[in-house]
Design a protein around this ligand. Structure first.
Ligand code: HEM
Length: 133
């Protein structure tokens, strides 16, 4: 069955770093220990000090007992999002010129010498041809 674990970025978890709102991350799992701060046998300060990072090493170093690890589950709120932070792709799109008439006028202004030259050459050929007769 799929689990409905909420995912948070480390940046999001790091924002909860005060005595009124404290999240700690241990081995990729996030715990909201706000209500546990005053009861934590290791003290509130150690928890506040490790906010904003994965405190697995500090947690293990404290030598927590099995019952401490069971107690943690009461404060579990989610996991770190393992998805790498891929910057959004920017899509560049040329502005579409919806005004067809102005588009036509612009290309006519740019390319008028071509039809003018064709007409001019045609006139010269016609005149030369008429003279020969
Ligand atoms: C939800 C998270 C946590 C819970 C539920 C928890 C619970 C406990 C408990 C029950 C104890 C008493 C000893 C034991 O039974 O193991 C304890 C001690 C301690 N904890 Fe935590 N703890 C948590 C997170 C942390 C973290 C992230 C640190 C990291 C610095 C930490 C550092 C300590 C320290 C330094 C002690 C005192 C060890 C001693 O003096 O013997 N704890 N904790």
């Amino acid at each position: 069955m799929p689990t409905l674990t909420k995912l948070y970025s480390l940046e999001e978890a790091a924002r909860h770093n005060t005595a009124d709102d404290c999240w700690v991350v241990v081995d990729g799992k996030i715990y909201d220990v706000t209500k546990y701060l005053d009861d934590h046998p290791g003290g509130a300060d150690v928890l506040l000090e490790v906010t904003g990072k994965d405190a697995k090493v500090e947690f293990d170093d404290a030598g927590h007992t099995k019952s401490a690890k069971e107690l943690m589950q009461d404060y579990f709120i989610g996991e770190l999002d393992p998805t790498p932070n891929i910057p959004e792709m920017e899509v560049f799109r040329k502005e579409q010129d919806v005004n067809f008439a102005s588009k036509l006028m612009a290309s006519a202004a740019q390319y008028w010498p071509i039809p003018a030259t064709v007409v001019g050459i045609s006139v010269v050929i016609a005149v030369l041809y008429a003279r020969q007769k």
